[in-house]
Design a protein around this ligand. Sequence first.
Ligand code: HEM
Length: 257
Amino acid sequence: MEKIIEAYTGLTIEGKKSQTPAKYDKLLTATGVVLALFMMGHMFFVSTILLGKDVMYKVTKLFELDFIFEGGLPIIVSIFVAIISFIFIIHALLGIRKFPTSYKTYIKVKEHAKMMNHKDTSMWMFQWISGLIMIFAASIHLYIMFTQPENIGPYASAQRVVSENMWLLYAILLICVEIHGSVGLYRAAMKWGWFDGENPKETRKKLYNTKKALSAFFLVLGFITLLAYVKIGIENGSQPGIKYTPKNNISIEISKK
Ligand code: HEM
């Protein structure tokens, strides 16, 4: 309890400057970096559909460790989802500390950002608004992945995107996560001085451009990928629950439906 009070007020019970907020800030950055790296890997995994259904199928089976357990074990994916969810919850709880505590504070920050025309303040505002959206949207996605790991694959995923209308949730999540992730990495690099060089202005400019390039790359890749799933989902529209059979016919995608 003491630590929580310290995290919010920045002061110990005795009124001295507490070390806890700095520790929590470090943990916020560390969990954020892990999630950002995971999201990059995740995007590459999901986008293997662009290389063909067989490739996405094989990668899915790889995550189920089919090279150890014949046919793959979907529960391994559930365990992985639980670990990511845990890191996500820790990151969210630490991030919530940074939200404006009232509407009045929010208006003040907004006015301040407008007046200063300060990019970093506007970015900070985007961080907590997108963070708030993700607490809801990502929880839905993580819950589905946790409870239905056997329904991941070229056809099952496409069906979820189209027939179960997940495309809308994914589109919102995609915009939030890709901007939140790159802004987060940029702000962390600036705050902790990871790339500090001789010329701070030059470093800031370079990091800012890298941030923009990262967001743009993953947003474009994400939307093309989403369209690929939509296309497969529409093509299979008349046969819901259809199972994907890989070309070499060794095993088939398991689908509940
Ligand atoms: C271990 C945890 C996760 C797993 C196993 C997972 C798996 C998947 C899979 C298989 C898809 C393809 C569509 C589908 O099957 O429904 C997908 C799409 C997506 N996921 Fe995740 N996901 C995880 C965590 C997350 C997190 C934490 C976020 C964001 C905060 C996220 C954001 C997205 C987005 C935005 C898409 C749509 C991407 C696109 O279509 O371009 N995922 N995910």
